[in-house]
Design a protein around this ligand. Sequence first.
Ligand SMILES: NC(=O)c1ccc[n+]([C@@H]2O[C@H](COP(=O)([O-])OP(=O)(O)OC[C@H]3O[C@@H](n4cnc5c(N)ncnc54)[C@H](O)[C@@H]3O)[C@@H](O)[C@H]2O)c1
Length: 339
Amino acid sequence: MRISIIGCGYLGAVYAASMASIGHDVLGLDVDQTKIDELGRGIAPFHEPGFGKVLADALDSGRLRFSTDYADAADYEAHVICVGTPQQIDSAGADLTYVHAAVDSLIPHLSDHHVVLGRSTVPVGTASSLLERLRAAGVRSPLAWNPEFLREGFAVKDTLHPDRIVYGLPEDPAEAQRAREVLDEIYAPMLEVETPLVVGNYATAELVKVSANSFLATKISFINAVAEVCEATGADVSVIAEAIGLDDRIGPKFLRAGIGFGGGCLPKDIRAFMARAGELGVTEALGFLREVDHVNNRRRDHVVNMTRKALGGSFTGKRIAVLGAAFKPDSDDTRQSPA
Ligand SMILES: NC(=O)c1ccc[n+]([C@@H]2O[C@H](COP(=O)([O-])OP(=O)(O)OC[C@H]3O[C@@H](n4cnc5c(N)ncnc54)[C@H](O)[C@@H]3O)[C@@H](O)[C@H]2O)c1
């Protein structure tokens, strides 16, 4: 399959190199000339274990190239939108400016046999509105949503060996069939080894992604809330986490109390989910996520207060080393990092 990947950040660059590594012909497109030049020379613009090797091998194979020119996408059959969807500066909602710009830049180069796939994390309803945008421009290409679940630090492994693959297919049966054929061909090696495949409509696929991230954020804030009670009682939160994690309905992962979650996904995704619920008239359904966010922010304040106390009540004149600036190990991503 000939695939163009639009947006070559943490998600798109890893996806582009990984898709080339499984035999597809891939074009990585981005508006950032410096990033494209580096990627084309085999230089990873960010730290991600294993990415340098998969990038170098893909470039050597001749199946991967990079460009800033959307006209180059015309020769490719599937177009995968991987651009950023950060939090808006003045509200909790997701900023879809980059998604809209990517689709608008792609439109003049689309033909009817092309398929557009969305992989960015977007508020529910985005895919339907993008389909309208395509149709309003006279483009008849099918659109499907195929959310990404990779974890930074494990991005290559997660892209090549995902826990599950999700397709959000269009309502029109012929378009759904065409989109599914393209998706099945892209993911053939993963489907051959029986990676679970979940198929739904646009809204379901969009909601799978934000629901998964909201659940993970809730689990982290839950144990951090328990930690607050432990600190008031002398109980040991790590022993509690171990004990409750042994219940296989709960499981041990994401139960490490600490400074809270950060990064380019969980904080903005729970806020965007709440904002979208508000627009849909179901604010109360996700009211608990507000508390998840509050607990998380309190952890940061708590560490600052603990440090101040340890330094005798004031930071004035003290030199403090922060060990680890990213939001997690094996990543250089400092977006929303608690550090
Ligand atoms: N980083 C992760 O761990 C991760 C995991 C799952 C899902 N996601 C989702 O994937 C999406 C991308 O995240 P990311 O971390 O890769 O973001 P990023 O900021 O690292 O990368 C986004 C890229 O898109 C490019 N871009 C912006 N506008 C463009 C345009 N009009 N045309 C072409 N390129 C354009 C930017 O230059 C940048 O290189 C987000 O929706 C995010 O929520 C990210």
